[in-house]
Ligand binder design. Sequence first.
Ligand code: GLA
Length: 729
Amino acid sequence: MSIIYDSDAKTFTIHTANTSYQMQVDKFGYLLHLYYGKRNQGNINWGLVYADRGFSVNPYDAGQDRTYSLDFLPQEYPGQGDGDFRSPAIILRDKKGTFGSEFKYKGYEIKAGKYGLDGLPAVYASDEEAETLVIDLVNERLGARVSLYYGVLPQLDIITRAAVITNEGKDPFTVERFRTASLDMPAGRYDLHTFYGRHTMERQHERMSLGHNSVSIGSRRGMSSHQYNPFVILSDPDTSEISGRCWAMEFVYSGGFAAEAERDQYDQVRMQMGLSEDRFSYPVKPGENLTAPEVIMTFSSEGFEKMSHALHRCIRRHVCRGKFRDIARPVLLNSWEASYFDFDGVSLLELAKQAKELDMEMLVVDDGWFGNRFDDNRALGDWTANEEKLGGSLGGLISRVNNMGLKFGIWMEPEMISEDSDLYRAHPDWALTVPDKKPARGRSQLVLDMSRDDVREYVYDSVCNVLDSGNIEYLKWDYNSCITDVYSRSADDQGKVLYDYMTGLYEVLEKLNEKYPDVMIEGCSGGGGRFDAGMLYYTPQIWCSDTTDAVDRHYIQYGTSFGYPSSAVGSHVSACPNHQTGRVTPLKTRGTVAVSGSFGYELDPARMSEEEKAEVREQIRGFHAVNGLVRNGDYYRLADPFAEDCSAWAYVSEDGSEALISAVIMQNHGNMHNVFVKARGLTPGSVYRDMRTGRMYAADALMDLGMPLAQPHGDAESYVFHLERVQKA
Ligand code: GLA
């Protein structure tokens, strides 16, 4: 039993292998948060401190007892209206416009298995692997019930949260704020970690000490965004990779989000994650309900490494689905950086021929194969192949590529519409635009109104038509604009549109997953603009960034690794000078970096020398040798590229029998000092053999002294050591 209700103390305790989480229903019916940390025993209600504090208001039920105030007591799901002036998790307005969301405990239920969420992605698990706790809170005045969902995967140290608000009253109310998870931490000093960025430079790790303020990040773009990832960590100031406490929250949602950490007057910290309030104001009529998307939480008392391992396992095995979750993904050649829009049927077949000769396994035809799409100003929405450009039907092209012994993949951007398209000429009202206002365009395009049934039907049918036109085994689902104009011609209330857009998108993706279990869908949004656990429920990998520069990718893949497994990271080798940065890096290094994800190429092999082609073949052989380990092994961040000259990381199989250590010395210097990379995760007392050189290494020495890297020649030199354990202690 991982969930225990103590009816005398009225405490709920959730235990995982290494953590405990505790709440208590107090004498006035408020649900207080007692503890989230290292696994513990017994009730920890002695942690609550009551005092008469100036300017703290007291709930009516407390009578003359001024030592009871929600101004400082740790709450599990803080509302508004009973004296807690910190950030509320939920804000409601009744039909008169009155604010207030004071909630009291009503009841609970404990169930085997993991709850699911209607129409939203969520962690899944078998009944043996998980348990669910549902706690109901009510606001009698509004007739509102909030059901707090806790999913527990004890072996993984994962606790998930979701919240559903139901209108059980007679009048409608409006949800003005809906955060899924709130976590009140006792007084102390904490660091907040965020993963900020921009297009082609996503998920940069930033660590900041929390002052007496409220730090909030989020996205108002209708997408999880390049700018802030929906993933945050709170830690002790001295937490490192291998020691110290940290708490993580990761949103299973791809739309706008809000994450906040507030340090209050008494040094306590409240950490929250949920839906963005931007252009969100969701009416809930009697009998209706609304769900706050899931947040995955984990706690580690042994640093960020353990935290990431728990999140990686959770995403790999309990978020990603379908047959591609567990199998090697094909090595692909993508046409984008090879030729952008400048291709035809003949050049594509030439690309396929080259790919085959280099032992690649799939040709992906990126943007430009449909309608009048000769550049990125037109034709989105017109998902019929341009047969003139392709020199025949799409089906014919696919067969020819298949006959060359290659799989075939294709690019689409189904949620978008160009004004210069047949679709827009027929259905201008299908675009999200505000009446009497000229819409703001992103990449010259508009966004389709996915909250509409007829639009969703069109999008689904267009994707099916494309996928049915031949043996397509991979679909790159792109999304290249933010949502600026929020107005749906079919909505009864515009405050619902952004949320309904997202559930509409998920509905289409769910149906496509069901209908095409053998097609792998890769998520993409100008690279990593929608790199989140919500998309990973439908697409087991996501194009991590539009930069293929091997140096920039270190920072991006380093940041990404805190919350997401390598199996989710789309990563390709491209030509040099790099198209995004103009930088030249060794082909070997480009391979070392790209192999640490879902691997492929994004270049024109015809422009490579014979030596480079031989190196690519070698790279692909190397990829096959390590890919199982990269997908399933535990990931170790061995050096921080933000802080050190070197970037280094490793994968170690769960049983410790195999390891892959990769390193890159980012910048060479005159008479360069020696660089050692300290391994982790190897079996202590054992001996490992480098499979390439045959050299033997004592595991403890590798973890203590480190692996010496040979003197580099030039910048961004890379080093790879594939080790097998040959002697156990
Ligand atoms: C986005 C993607 C790229 C490519 C282009 C095509 O930018 O991230 O990989 O597919 O669109 O237009």
